[in-house]
Design a protein around this ligand. Sequence first.
Ligand SMILES: [Zn+2]
Ligand SMILES: [Zn+2]
Length: 166
Amino acid sequence: MLIGFGIMLATFVAMEGVAWGMHKYVLHGFMWFLHKSHHTRHNHAFELNDLFFAYYGTLAMLFFIFGSEPLDYRFWIGAGITLYGVAYFLIHDVFIHRRLKLFGKTSNVYLKALNMAHKVHHKTPGKYGSEAFGMLWVAPKYFKSAYDIVQKQQNEKGGTVHYKRT
Ligand SMILES: [Zn+2]
Ligand SMILES: [Zn+2]
């Protein structure tokens, strides 16, 4: 069981690498025709790009099917892929793109850095020249800017309180 959880966590971490590589070399490569829908402004509820959820979902399901009865390591790989899919959906689709209005603004430096990095990714509408292809892992420079912004916001808040007191 403990080994199972270890495999699940390792898969989760590995999936960030897989997602990064897929995004950089495949989605912004020969599968741009699907991913393009995610880099174009629109007001539809779904995008062709959402097909990738079906792809990872199917992949996880296959691991579950072949890894149960008897339960083996493949089951835990399936669990890791599923966990990563849920985290990706919550961060990328709900928190960053606000497809569901669940979360408000955050003053969490990590979440702010993720948001900034991904907005920079979206600055480039085309297939080439984009950066920040990862999701949960962000380059340190974004942490630095996010940290500065949060500090500034907190100073401003402090300033208002001080102003009210006098
Ligand atoms: Zn992209
Ligand atoms: Zn996005």
